[in-house]
Ligand binder design. Structure first.
Ligand SMILES: Nc1nc2c(c(=O)[nH]1)N[C@H]1C(S)=C(S)[C@@H](COP(=O)(O)OP(=O)(O)OC[C@H]3O[C@@H](n4cnc5c(N)ncnc54)[C@H](O)[C@@H]3O)O[C@H]1N2
Ligand code: MOO
Ligand SMILES: [Mg+2]
Length: 392
């Protein structure tokens, strides 16, 4: 499937930081500034020359300093003469000449005396104590963020701290989603006695958006090849990067997706349950992924095939974490097909959430994971390690 999506060449766009969350960085961000930008104090206290605290050590292991003008954060201090202590606030630049900060809690008196008064500070201060050095976090010119990284709050914050107001991110692929079948109606609409509500568009839209894809259209398509063909032509004008459909791909007499896209497409049964019948095609030159119609089949197909392909091709930002965990209870696999069960992972063991039926959406909604059971004839006893994909 990644092959079909290979042409989703990542485009780049520039977004302000407030729109950057979850996006994927398109280029390395070279630090235009060092962090810290200047030497500054890590504590509210007194900036001194550390050597003075050794030279002048007197009674009670402390040294006397003459207090000078305080240095608030945001203000540029003058140089610090020997024997002087400048009251300094957290984040304020270190006065030239100063090389250590003594927290106010260690001062005698434990206060900021007026300029000209004396303060006693513990002797033997180490140069660099409570000083945040320019460039100790990032040096100007170094890569602060890497292309391909997903933008998290900390990464967006780092860009902001570097004075960068907007970032070059990969443009989100644009997708159009189709739900198919005469029986399917939109939630909120009137439902006939043989009809059901469209769950798949909601599922696939959410999965696509979670994976960093922009859904630019979503439509219900009846079992009518002409109507579907016309719908596709209209949607091709939206210049999507991807079409995704659910339903209409199996062995029935009214498989509208298959009818329209099978010429030139590939419709197969993969050895996975749920999600057996699958199709890939090109429509108006755009990759078209045809997922099966049962809601849990559509959901699982996306997780097993579409999300990994998107991640591989465009670095989709929501790749799932996976782990290997022991079954809490025995499970019977299918003899010739991989079975993907909706499951509950409690941090220690994995147990099944409902049966394997691909219509069981409420059970899927209870699950927080998928458990992958490889094909086999023998029951898997409790404790068997299986692959677990974490869904939330
Ligand atoms: N003779 C065979 N029949 C079926 C096979 C098979 O191999 N041979 N495969 C079964 C499997 S497995 C699946 S999965 C489905 C796939 O069928 P389609 O992709 O053609 O999907 P539909 O027939 O359109 O619908 C199947 C099922 O899902 C319901 N559905 C469809 N769309 C939605 C939607 N948007 N929201 C909620 N539910 C939806 C639909 O009403 C059907 O119940 O085929 C099996 N049959
Ligand atoms: O394999 Mo189908 O996708 O079970 O319902
Ligand atoms: Mg069908």
């Amino acid at each position: 499937m990644a092959d079909v999506l290979r042409d989703l060449v990542p485009r780049t766009e520039t977004v302000p930081l407030r729109r950057a969350l979850g996006r994927v960085l398109a280029r390395d961000l070279v630090a235009p500034l060092s962090l810290q930008p200047f030497d500054n104090s890590q504590m509210d206290g007194f900036a001194i020359r550390a050597a003075d605290s050794r030279a002048a050590a007197g009674e009670g292991g402390s040294a006397a300093f003459v207090v000078v003008e305080p240095v608030p954060a945001g203000h540029v201090p003058g140089p610090l003469a020997p024997g002087r202590a400048a009251p300094i606030m957290t984040g304020a630049p270190l006065p030239p000449g100063a090389d250590a900060v003594v927290p106010v809690e260690e001062a005698l008196p434990r206060a900021y005396p007026v300029p000209g008064a004396t303060v006693r500070l513990p002797a033997g201060q180490r140069p660099g104590r409570f000083v945040r050095r320019a460039g100790e976090d990032v040096a100007q010119g170094d890569p602060a963020l890497r292309a391909g990284q997903r933008l998290t709050p900390a990464r967006i914050g780092l860009a902001a701290a570097l004075g960068v107001a907007e970032l070059a991110v990969r443009a989100r692929p644009r997708a159009v989603v189709y739900s198919t079948g005469d029986e399917v109606v939109a939630p909120g609409a009137e439902r006939g006695p043989a009809q059901i509500y469209d769950a798949n568009a909601a599922i696939l839209r959410a999965q696509l958006e979670e994976a960093g894809v922009e859904v630019v259209g979503a439509h219900l398509v009846p079992d009518d090849a002409e109507a579907f063909t016309a719908r596709l032509a209209a949607d091709a004008a939206l210049a999507p990067d991807l079409f995704v459909s659910s339903g209409g791909v199996s062995e029935g007499a009214y498989e509208v997706v298959r009818q329209v896209l099978e010429p030139g497409g590939a419709f197969v049964h993969v050895a996975v349950q749920p999600g057996g019948p699958q199709g890939v095609a090109l429509a108006h030159g755009v990759p078209f992924l045809c997922l099966p119609g049962n809601p849990v089949s559509a959901l699982v197909s996306f997780e097993m095939f579409v999300r990994p392909a998107l991640t591989e091709v465009v670095g989709a930002p929501a790749a799932r974490a996976s782990l290997t965990g022991p079954l809490a209870q025995a499970a019977r696999p299918l003899p010739t097909r991989t079975q993907v069960r909706r499951a509950l992972w409690d941090g220690t063991t994995v147990r099944m959430a409902g049966g394997p039926g691909s219509h069981l959406l409420a059970a899927a909604a209870r699950a927080n994971a998928l458990a992958v059971l490889p094909p086999g004839d023998a029951e898997l006893p409790a404790g068997t390690p299986v692959e677990v994909l974490l869904l939330d």
